[in-house]
Design a protein around this ligand. Structure first.
Ligand code: NBP
Length: 469
């Protein structure tokens, strides 16, 4: 059997992706460094299906139709280079190597450049949706040559999630574009998750709802503009009880969040480019702070917050305010993320299409949400949109939600609840909409101690004041 595509790396993601490909009618060759993994797959989930179960890399390469297409789905970093070093000598000009893992976009650019010299197309493809998405239809963000894309599109567009008849897979641009967009997606995911946690924390401190009441609140929110996968799973989390203790599982999970690094990459590059990314940045910080459990427990015995009283206001009104704060902060997070993508696109000359990006995030991936349709509309209407909050739909939404947003942040402050992402989102909004910021004083300070000069509001030119006389 000749395979339409091959995949190396039969771990969680790889296995589910090849099952997805096979179910869509493609013949797939599979290979894994530890061959017993292939054997297990052959005897298990792959049994009787249209796979070439390759036991050597030579057998794997020999089974591929030309131009050969091989997707690498191994741990990001050195393992990807190791696989390329073995695979590339067996490939010819015109063949395509795809890295479907969460690789750093600069690694993808480096690999693409090296393989181009041999005439091999190299693709960095972001795949989102976890194992479930991989199996049933992920959101796919491919980056690579237009020519290579012609050969890959029929496969990837068929295995991707479909929303309103459109596959959640479009060519993002050349070299590292796909992996960069996937990284930005993950950064936004960090923001979305943290914002949900802050909504939970504020309501818990002020109203102390039961887990079942929280489930109800999130179920209701999922019928609004917040309708999304993450809100949906949050309502499900609150419903689930621990079989051992009978308690809600959420109450027995230790408050220490892990991370794999894509959030840090996103924030690091935003800082490097001079793009404010405070919502995602505060979400990354919040995970780091959460991991300092022992330090926090010790500090909680020394440092006290405000004295709090039971909430006497209207419960439903506070819940609505927190919902509005969540929605408005989410808009800020996406606004910042899109600005970052815009800067990266210019820096690397990728020609990213923001309407397309939002549209392929509507299905299959972790941040899938109803409001992405609105982002697509905003950028399709105005591809040169400077900031998402200037789009009329989002400007209206921000005006509408602003009172609740401020009330939620005030409540967090009153109860001594950390709300870094709600607060930084609001600060971004208040900064961006301010014709005047206190940076006049800042620039004066810079001029005072470092003769960094300043511009004047009343006449053109560059000035330096004589601060010391
Ligand atoms: P892992 O990231 O856990 O990687 C395991 C695979 O890498 C195994 O097949 C392993 O082979 C192979 N491998 C390693 Br480790 N070192 C290797 C080397 N030097 N040479 C060849 N193969 C090597 O798998 P995963 O969780 O399925 O993720 C795959 C990629 O997809 C990662 O980049 C991940 O970040 C990304 N991703 C994961 C998810 C998710 O939800 N898990 C979602 C989206 C993207 P072995 O069997 O011989 O050890």
């Amino acid at each position: 059997m000749q395979a339409d595509i091959g995949l190396i790396g039969l771990a969680v993601m790889g296995e589910n992706l090849v099952l997805n490909m096979e179910s869509k009618g493609f013949n797939v060759a599979v290979f894994n460094r530890s061959v017993e993994v292939v054997e297990k797959f052959e005897a298990g989930r792959g049994k009787g299906k249209n796979f070439v179960f390759a036991k050597t890399l030579e057998e794997f390469v020999g089974s591929l139709k030309r131009p050969r297409k091989a997707q690498i789905m191994v741990k990001a970093g050195a393992p990807v280079d190791a696989v390329i070093a073995q695979l590339a000598p067996l490939f010819e000009a015109g063949d395509i190597i795809i890295d479907g893992g969460n690789s750093l976009w600069t690694d993808t650019q480096r690999r693409e450049k090296a393989l181009k010299e041999k005439g091999i197309h190299y693709f960095g493809v972001g795949v989102s949706g976890g194992e479930e998405g991989a199996l049933k239809g992920p959101s796919i963000m491919p980056g690579g040559s237009k020519e290579g894309w012609q050969a890959l599109a029929p496969i990837y567009q068929k295995i991707a999630a479909v929303v309103e008849g459109e596959p959640c897979c479009r060519h993002m641009g050349p070299d590292g574009a796909g992996h960069y967009v996937k990284m930005a997606h993950n950064g936004i995911e960090y923001g979305d998750m943290q914002l949900i946690c802050e909504a939970y924390a504020i309501l818990k401190a002020a109203l102390n709802p039961t887990a079942d009441e929280f489930a109800e609140i999130f179920t209701e929110w999922n019928k609004t503009d917040l309708d999304s996968f993450l809100i949906e799973i949050t309502s499900k989390i609150f419903k689930r009880k621990d079989p051992e203790t009978g308690k809600p599982i959420v109450d027995i999970v230790l408050d220490k969040a892990g991370q794999k690094g894509t959030g840090k990459w996103t924030v690091g590059h935003a800082v490097e480019m001079g793009v404010p990314l405070s919502v995602i940045g505060s979400a990354v910080d919040a995970r780091i702070l959460s991991s300092l459990k022992d330090e926090r427990v010790a500090a909680s015995k020394v440092l006290k917050g405000p004295e709090t009283k039971p909430y006497t206001g209207d419960r439903a009104a506070l819940i609505a305010a927190v919902r509005d704060a969540l929605y408005a902060s989410k808009i800020m997070s996406y606004a910042q993320g899109m600005v970052q993508l815009g800067h990266a696109s210019e820096l690397y000359n990728w020609g990213l299409n923001f309407g397309d990006i939002a549209s392929i995030w509507r299905g299959g991936c972790i941040i899938r949400a109803r409001f992405l349709n609105r982002i697509t509309e905003a950028y399709r209407k105005n591809p040169g949109l400077k900031n998402l909050m200037l789009d009329p739909f989002f400007a209206d939404a921000l005006q509408r939600t602003q009172p609740g947003w401020r009330k939620a942040v005030q409540t967090a402050i009153e109860y001594g609840v950390a709300s870094p992402s709600f607060s930084s989102a609001l600060s971004y909004f208040d900064s961006y909409r301010s014709a005047n910021l206190p940076a006049n004083l800042l620039q004066a300070q810079r001029d005072f101690f470092g003769a960094h000069t300043f511009e004047r509001v009343d006449k053109p030119g560059i000035f330096h004041a004589d601060w010391y006389s």
